[in-house]
Unconditional design. Sequence first.
Length: 244
Amino acid sequence: MDTIEQVVDIETADGTMATPTSRPADGGTHPGVVVIMEAFGVNPNIEGIVQRFASEGYVAAAPDLFHRSGRLRYAPYDKLQEMREDLRSGGFGDASIDMDVQAAIDYLRSDPNVGAIGIVGFCLGGRVTMQSAIRARGLSAGAVYYGGFMFPGDDQPEAFHALREAEALSIPVMGFFGEEDQNPTTEQVGALDERLTALGKEHTFHVYAGAGHGFFCDDRASHNAEAAADAWEKTLAFFGERLR
């Protein structure tokens, strides 16, 4: 499917947030997907995922959650530790995440050619996806890929915690995790699964043997092609059922 790419500037209370978007070129109405970046930022890999969703018939948008530190800045895969604090300067945290994701959702909702909206995220973006599935308004489904730091320690009582806030989940969620991942661990994923089941929340989790953190990203050494292909197929089927 032919697509149209552009960078949309979305206004937030903390300034302009550049948001790479892609949509089918047919001019018709399509469901929307908010694509949430990894901890590296909105890099070419994330922009490629945006375009993949558009080629499947979605209006996809990737908000730059690091926009307070500059426009569309991102860290190379081998430079994250030295750039992490710089990218997050200007006030990055749960409050800014809530603000920025809601702004991206509202942008898609304002488009008469966008129908139901889902959200998907990877690594940091997986955590943001779970947080947004619980807190944001206007979403119909969420796909969480190996959300890191969804279960902060007791020394961070104010931080988003998937277990503590699970009761407020109101949309169906599908999760994709690696058996070899340590953030989150399979034990943490199992605990969240049990909690959501006990609460009667609609969810399905998939755990892939031989896969670790970042298995979906084909630009990283942790890429697992078999797990990534299966997760992509399941994500499209899930969104196809919930958003179309």
